[in-house]
Design a protein around this ligand. Structure first.
Ligand SMILES: C[S@@+](CC[C@H](N)C(=O)[O-])C[C@H]1O[C@@H](n2cnc3c(N)ncnc32)[C@H](O)[C@@H]1O
Length: 371
């Protein structure tokens, strides 16, 4: 099978490395996705183990279509009965960037018709649509006149790991947080410290990486479980193996935040994970921390609040740089922010800059080696 793992801009390379690690073959990086070959077992593993994938699709067919009629005709040629039964349900997701196909709803409507008509020709009846929890969720991606039809094996987005019970304003997506951490090369040698932890996404993802916990081990539903070919025994074996692979943390994790609500949320989210209760989370203003631990690995995602005045946020970032220099040296500090103007005012020279995105916002991950 040709599999497609979708991801966020800037995470394609880390995702391809993750895919290589679980045994993907013929790996190819494309825009916001990685294409690879694999069987059903690898598809299950991909959903369970890939930290930087948003969803995993199974390619069905790609073709060129110059108008809606051609789209309908070519979509109808697909043997949809191979993917679900008449008594089951389906839904269609679209992703259209095209001058020819301007309305994604109309694209969905055309393909829906093609599927219904194909079934009707065989059985005299058509299957029902269920957008909430369908047996088969198809993804139609159109770029200009190139149409790619695939089957979504994940269901809801894979960033919904199943551990986040408390969320605050502006949390990082779990997929993005994992990508940031994998981009840092996140070592296992130091004390890990997030002094502006918010709801704790960086901490929870880092803990899971360190203890070798599959990111979606706590999630109980995936799209492929609704398929007629679902192999429950195979899935359980893969899950059990992943569970057995969890090890003890090899480093100390800690976090703090100025907000009581954030401390509560981080503690609650961590408490669901193995060893999560061992992570010390305290309410503290970063600028009042007397000293950091010995040679720590500091990672933070400071506020980049657009509502704050520009000079205030620039001063805030400058203060973070000064604090790191004065009270945390020596340390490795990684800062992720969607406010690049403010990041530039850090007052320290970055040893690495990685361009990323946070939603639709340009963001950067910067590394500072502080002696
Ligand atoms: C963008 S949020 C972090 C989001 C976090 N990465 C997550 O995924 O949930 C920034 C956090 O910095 C905290 N913060 C702001 N000023 C602070 C300070 N002086 N000391 C400690 N934390 C601070 C805020 O309370 C907020 O939780």
């Amino acid at each position: 099978m040709k599999l497609i793992a979708k991801t966020l801009t800037g995470l394609e390379t880390v995702l391809s490395k993750e895919i290589e690690k679980i045994g993907g073959k013929n790996i190819e990086i494309v825009k916001r996705a990685v294409v690879f070959d694999g069987d059903l077992e690898l598809l299950y593993k991909a959903n369970l183990h890939l930290r930087t994938a948003i969803r995993v699709l199974v390619a069905i067919k790609s073709f060129d279509a110059k108008n809606e009629d051609e789209l309908y005709r070519k979509a109808k040629e697909i043997d949809w009965t191979e993917y679900f039964k008449l008594s089951q349900t389906f839904s269609i997701d679209t992703n259209v960037t095209s001058d020819v196909f301007r309305h994604s709803k109309y694209v969905a409507y055309k393909v829906k018709d093609a599927i219904a008509d194909r079934f009707r020709e065989i059985y005299g009846r058509r299957p029902n649509v269920n957008t909430y929890d369908p047996n088969a969720k198809f993804n139609i991606r159109i770029h200009n006149t190139t149409v790619e039809i695939s089957l979504d094996s994940s269901g809801t987005s894979l960033h919904q790991r199943g551990y986040k019970v408390e969320s605050l304003e502006a949390p990082l997506s779990e997929v993005l947080a994992a990508g940031i951490l994998l981009n840092t090369g996140f070592t296992t040698k130091k004390h890990f410290f997030d002094p502006m932890c918010g709801s704790g996404t960086l901490l929870t993802e880092a803990l899971m990486i360190n203890i070798n916990m599959a990111p979606n081990l706590m999630r109980d539903h995936f799209g492929f479980m609704n398929w007629t070919n679902y192999k429950e025994r195979l899935w359980k074996d893969i899950k059990e193996k992943a569970q057995e692979g969890i090890v003890q943390p090899s480093i100390i994790f800690s976090g703090s935040d100025i907000s009581r609500k954030a401390v509560f949320a981080t503690k609650k989210n961590l408490s669901i994970l193995p060893y999560g209760n061992d992570v010390a989370i305290v309410k503290k203003d970063f600028f009042k921390i007397e000293s950091c631990n010995e040679n720590p690995f500091i990672i933070m995602n400071p506020p980049y609040d657009i509502r704050l005045k520009e000079d205030e946020i620039i001063q805030f970032y400058k203060k973070i740089g000064d604090k790191l220099k004065q009270d945390c040296a020596p340390c490795d500090a990684w800062i992720f922010s969607g406010n690049i103007t403010a990041l530039k005012q850090f007052g320290l020279k970055p040893s690495k800059k990685i361009k990323m995105m946070n939603g639709k916002l340009d963001a950067e991950l910067r590394h500072f080696s502080i002696y």
